[in-house]
Ligand binder design. Structure first.
Ligand SMILES: [Zn+2]
Length: 157
């Protein structure tokens, strides 16, 4: 290899590195929650060759386009790079899933009466008790949806 080749390469630079603190979303600066690589592998709409075999962070900020990011090299997967629509990013949409395992949409909760809401929660709980949930593979946040379900109920007033 000719030495001049190396000379013509763009100089390695760190100027594009983000200045956020470790652990924070490189796009919005909020603290994400840790998700396992299995969740990212299940959700990624890009070649899994691009993923690193370590954990990623999940960004919950509604208007931030980043769904997953890595803390050490700021790699990101945005909403258009995941296979599932993300509840946290589309909370106001009625047709987005809130419970990905048992297929409840945000609209199901929004339109539910108090009794129907209770029935939905009972159904989700029964599914969890029966070991039928697969949150780490089906829910983009990689964990149980119940916290979001209760929060949606509280927000409903
Ligand atoms: Zn973010």
């Amino acid at each position: 290899m000719r030495k001049s080749c190396a000379g013509s390469l763009p100089a390695e630079t760190t100027s594009h590195e983000t200045h956020t603190q470790p652990g924070l979303c490189p796009a919005c600066g909020a603290m994400g929650v840790s998700v396992s690589i299995q969740t990212v592998q299940a959700m990624a709409a890009i070649s899994l060759r691009w993923l690193r075999p370590t954990s990623y962070q999940f960004c919950r900020t509604p208007h931030c386009p980043v769904v997953y990011y890595r803390v050490d090299d700021a790699q990101t997967l945005t909403v258009d790079q995941v296979r599932e629509r993300v509840y946290q990013k589309e909370t106001a949409q009625s047709d987005v899933f809130i419970c990905y395992c048992f297929r409840y949409r945000a609209s199901d909760l929004r339109q539910a009466t108090a009794a129907e809401y209770e029935a939905i929660i009972a159904d989700i709980r029964a599914g969890i008790a029966a070991g039928q949930c697969a949150c780490e593979l089906r829910n983009p946040q990689g964990s149980c949806c119940l916290g979001n379900v209760y929060r949606a109920l509280r927000d409903k007033g």
